[in-house]
Design a protein around this ligand. Structure first.
Ligand code: F0G
Length: 358
């Protein structure tokens, strides 16, 4: 337990004896069975809780490999563009390894918790007007001009690390599931999972590969529309991306696996977000809820999941985005410190009882 991705999965990663085995305790995240949502699907549904990684998202699995290789190559600085989670992860690993970290984020559209992380870990945070896609171009430009290691998912080591989540799913279930539902932004993660599932299948560690079901937010769904989106919009700020770097790989993963990439609306995302929290006890960030929104939408549109095993990837922790949580739940009620008044508010008038959840 707690070895970290580099030690645990060394034989499946492009490591050399000179690669430092750094870790912040990433990987080995829980796979939790659904108790409520699965009833609506007829299948056996699990949530892969990637928000349990050290910086609260799946990015740590790939970042640990990218940063270890950067150290091996004697790099002095990391750079990335990010909708928030990549920057938090890069900032944390940079801090623990003594590297300078520069992160470019879209001004005003990164969730508060992620910004707080990048700042407190000590990264140089540059907020840029406009969308993530422009930040990505600038980060690539800077990495071309200077000896900075680009740690976006264009860095091949990132995807190598992220594929280990698929390994863990197979190990936890004893086989690959029938379906994997996953949010899609820059499309690195769906690419990495597909690679991981294929790799374990070819090593005979699973009898099948899952159908890869990727979901973009309707207002930022370039893959679904078939063209870049100039001004992507969605409440799920992590996947507010109009021109994904791994576009073609996501299309291929969908096609080869018998799945595909589709869109869910912000309303569908927020419904799934609230349901996950208040019916399952799983607090994912809005982008993560796109996987569950996709599952519910597919079932409602008639996809038969009877007898199937389904995994939804909950990519990031809900605490990252407190503003969305507060906007989706009732305000707390304020009382004076008076037992009787509070008791009345809790259990109603004398004689009535409201002990059970509605
Ligand atoms: N879920 C969360 C919580 C994310 O932060 C991201 C991407 C995704 C899903 C989509 O993954 O890009 O591999 O398709 N976040 C990136 C970032 C873009 O900068 O943190 P993807």
């Amino acid at each position: 337990m707690g070895q970290g991705v580099l030690t645990h999965y060394a034989e499946f990663l492009p490591l050399t004896p000179a690669t430092p085995r750094i870790t912040l305790g990433e990987g080995e995240t829980p796979l939790v069975r659904s108790r409520h949502i699965e009833r609506e699907t007829g299948g056996e549904v699990y949530f892969k809780l990637e928000g349990c990684n050290p910086t609260g998202s799946f990015k740590d699995r790939g970042m640990v490999v990218a940063v270890a290789k950067a150290l091996e190559e004697d790099s002095k600085a990391l750079i990335c563009a990010s909708t928030g989670n990549t920057s938090a992860s890069a900032a944390a690993f940079g801090a623990c390894c003594g590297l300078k970290v520069i992160v470019l984020v879209p001004q005003g559209s990164i969730a508060l918790g992620k910004l707080a992380q990048a700042l407190i870990y000590g990264a140089q945070v540059i907020a840029i007007e406009g969308s993530f896609d422009r930040d990505m171009e600038i980060a690539r430009g800077l990495a071309d001009r200077h000896p900075f290691t680009l740690v976006n998912s264009l860095n091949p080591y990132r995807l190598e690390g992220q594929k280990t989540a698929a390994f863990e799913v197979i190990e936890a279930l004893g086989d690959a599931p029938d379906y994997l539902f996953i949010p899609v932004g820059n499309a690195g993660n769906i690419t990495a999972y597909w690679r991981g599932f294929q790799e374990f299948h070819s090593r005979e560690k699973s009898s099948q590969t899952p159908r890869m079901m990727g979901f973009q937010a309707e207002g930022s769904a370039p893959i679904v529309r078939g063209e870049p989106v100039a001004d992507p919009r969605t409440v799920a700020s992590a996947i507010r991306i109009g021109n994904p770097a791994h576009w073609q790989n996501a299309v291929t993963a969908g096609k080869e696996s018998g799945g595909g990439v589709e869109a869910v609306s912000d309303d569908e995302i927020l419904e799934a977000y609230r349901l996950l929290a208040n019916a399952e006890g799983v607090f994912g960030e809005p982008a993560s809820a796109a996987s569950v929104a996709g599952l519910l939408k597919s079932t409602r549109q008639g996809l038969s999941l009877e007898g199937k095993r389904i995994v939804c990837v909950i990519t990031g922790n809900g605490l990252k985005d407190p503003d969305t949580a507060m906007s989706q739940a009732p305000e707390p009620t304020v009382f004076p410190p008076d037992l009787e008044q509070i008791e009345k508010a809790i259990i109603g008038a004398p004689g009535s009882s409201s002990w059970t959840r509605p």
